[in-house]
Design a protein around this ligand. Sequence first.
Ligand code: PLP
Length: 424
Amino acid sequence: MQTLTMTPESIIQETVRAYKEYHNPSLARLLKLSGFDTIEWEAEGTRVRDIRGKEYIDCLGGYGVFALGHRHPKVVQAVKAQLDRMPLSSKVFFSKPLADLCTKLAKLTPGDLQFSFLANSGTEAVEGALKLARLSTGKREVIHADNAFHGKTLGALSASGRPQYKTPFEPLLPDFVQVPFGDVNAIEQAMNDQTAAIILEPIQGEGGICVPPPQYLPKIRELCTEKKVLLVLDEVQTGLGRTGQWFACQHFNVVPDILVLAKALGGGVMPIGAFVGTKEVWEAFKANPLIHTSTFGGNPLACAAALATLEVMEEENLPAKALERGKFLAHELRQLAKSFPDIIKEVRGLGLLLGIELTEAKYGGYLIPEMARKGVLVAYTLNQPKVIRLEPPLIITEEEIKMVVGALQATLEKTRIFFGQRGE
Ligand code: PLP
């Protein structure tokens, strides 16, 4: 009731104060510095509106959550229907939404991936995948890549690659071996008779939108098969159409033993994660059906959202749309890069997972808030602050892409003047 009598400005002040006093003071400072010193209020499709009524094109897309945009009506409807019937599971009976979703995932995922475990987030799904890899092989070691991002719980963090997030929490899990991303020899050398799995993102997202050489994943697949090591591909960010294929591994014709999903799977409406494995690896769960469980994982609301999401993706042919729109956006960005070689080093990525590598990280600190002022949301990649990522909903139109590129051009011009005046 009190909210109704307050002005937007006073609600913003109260909320920022609550962040400072009761949540995360340095995050409050960071959000203010990044130009996000307002409250998100409502959202629809590609647009987010703040409490002041200002509209933004969401080119960050919740780090890949909003593949369908915000509040896709079919997903919202499916969740509402499930909410009115039975939102959470009794945990004793069979659940139809869970069974339907696992069936759908088996059909959609490539090769002989068949069984799914449903979790609540990306990092939880990664934890499950790592546990399954150890259980299935009876071995301990996990090889992972520099700059990888797999989440921030202890197991997923152990497989991640940025010291800034890891060092304060050491010792992390033992027997995790880090190698450079994109280097097959490094992986071959790190493999031994105790290697259970290699975990990789097919395209590194938070590491700075890094696409590996074309032969990298196929060669690793061969090595894994030969040495009986499991290949775990983390497609939390790249999966479900983002890169222009249903799964990024399909660009490389590679099928992992375990595939990890989250983010877009909930259709931007519910949180959900999953790891999907072959019949062979799933054998390990047979001895004890309760060896890996989750109270909320696979709950009916999240499964209803995910099922509707996958249906919409099929109906609207979103992977193909992402490929086409991504080509257009990448082309436009590369044109801009030619005019601003002093600020943009490279544009890279696949589909609608695109990164702009800046010549110096300092430009991002100016560019991101300026883009927000111009009504476009973008952000850094978490492990590589020199790279600005563009990860809009896959439903973004060509018209909107032109608006984004126009805003970026004006911002780059301003950035050049700003740093020029400072003599930098
Ligand atoms: N794996 C990848 C590739 C990610 O990009 C992320 C998050 O950005 C995660 C795992 C962790 O997901 P969550 O934040 O849902 O735990």
